[in-house]
Design a binder for this molecule. Sequence first.
Ligand SMILES: Cc1ncc(C[n+]2csc(CCOP(=O)(O)OP(=O)(O)O)c2C)c(N)n1
Ligand code: SF4
Ligand SMILES: [Mg+2]
Length: 340
Amino acid sequence: MAKVNAVGLEKNEYRGAPTTLCAGCGHNSISNQIIQAAYDLSLIPEDVIKFSGIGCSSKSPTYFLGRSFGFNSLHGRMPSVATGALFGDARLKAVAVSGDGDSTNIGIGQFKHILRRNAPMVYIIENNGVYGLTKGQFSATAEQGLTLKYQGANPYMPVDVIMEALVSQATFVARSFAGDATQVRELIKAALSHDGLAILDIISPCVTFNNADDARHSYGWAKEHQDPLHDFSFVPFEEEIEVEMVEGETRRVTMHDGSSIILKKLDEDYDPTNRKNAMDMIQQSYEEDVLMTGLIYINTEPDSLLDMHGLSQDEPLNRLGQEHLRPKKEAIDAVNAMMF
Ligand SMILES: Cc1ncc(C[n+]2csc(CCOP(=O)(O)OP(=O)(O)O)c2C)c(N)n1
Ligand code: SF4
Ligand SMILES: [Mg+2]
C-alpha cells in the first residue's frame, strides 16, 4: 500500500495533470517540489487556492495540486485577482506562480503593490530571463549583454526581483535555483507557514531559449555560481520536539504557527532579519558575480493584508449566512426614512 501523510493522502493526490512544458524546463522541477512540500506538510488540497498570470510558468499550476481550485488569470494581473479572492475567503492558503515577464514586465505595477500590502500568499517567480511562452524574447530580468540567437544582444540593465521585494518592505524574501530541489522544497514549506507575502525568486532555466552556460539563468551558470547563505531546513510545529539544535552553528526563526526555520551556518554568518544587510549582501553578490540563495530576509511582525482589514479566518466573507448579510428591517426603514 502507498504511504499516506497525516491527513491520510498519498503523494499522488497532490499531483496535477501531466505537464505539457518542455522536458528539462526548470518550471517542472518547481512543480514537483510544490507537490512534495504540500504532501510533507499534510495540507488538505481543497484548502489551497492556486493563482497565476500568463506564461509557461503560469501554466504550471495545472500540473500540481489537481484537487485545489485555481485561477489562471490575465498577463501581469494575477496579484489583484489573488487579492480579491483572499478577501472573499480568508481561510484559504494561497500559492501563486508567476514568471519574470509576468511579474517584472507587464505586471511590474501590480507586483510593486502586492509587495507593500503583505497579502498572505506564497508568490513564486519562475525566473528564466525570457518570455518562454512567446519564443524567448528578453524579459526585464535578463542580464545586460545577454546574446540570444534570435534576439541579438540585450542593451538594458536587469530588474532584480529580490531588490524590488526588499525596497518594497516584503516580509519574506528568498532566492533559490530549480536545480537545488532540497532548498526549493524547504523554502516552499517555510513560505507556506509565513503569515504574509512570501516572495520566492527561483532561477528556473528555459532549456529551449536561454540555457547557454554563460547565461545568468542557465543550469550551467547557476550550478557553477550558486552560493547558499545557509543550510536551510523547515520544521513543522508538530515535529518540534525531535529537532536537535547545535549551539553556535544554527539559527532558529520561529514562525507565527510555532514552526521553525533552522539555518545552519555555512561560510557566512548571515542574519536574515536585517533588511539593510540583505540589500548589502545582494549588492555584494553582483560584485562577486555569484548566485546567493537561501532565506534573504524575514520579518514575522507586520500584520498581513487580511489582518489589517479585520478579515477573519473563522468567518470568511464568502461563508457568511443570511443572518449576517441581510440588513434588519429597522436598518432598511432608517435608510428609507433618510430619503424622504
Ligand atoms: C496582455 C498580453 N500581452 C502579451 C501577451 C503575450 N505573452 C504571453 S506569455 C508572455 C510572457 C511570459 O513570460 P514569463 O512570464 O517570463 O513566463 P515564461 O513563459 O518565461 O515562463 C507574453 C508577453 C499576453 N498573453 N497578454
Ligand atoms: S519554452 Fe522554455 S519556459 Fe517554456 S516550457 Fe519550454 S523550456 Fe520551459
Ligand atoms: Mg520567463
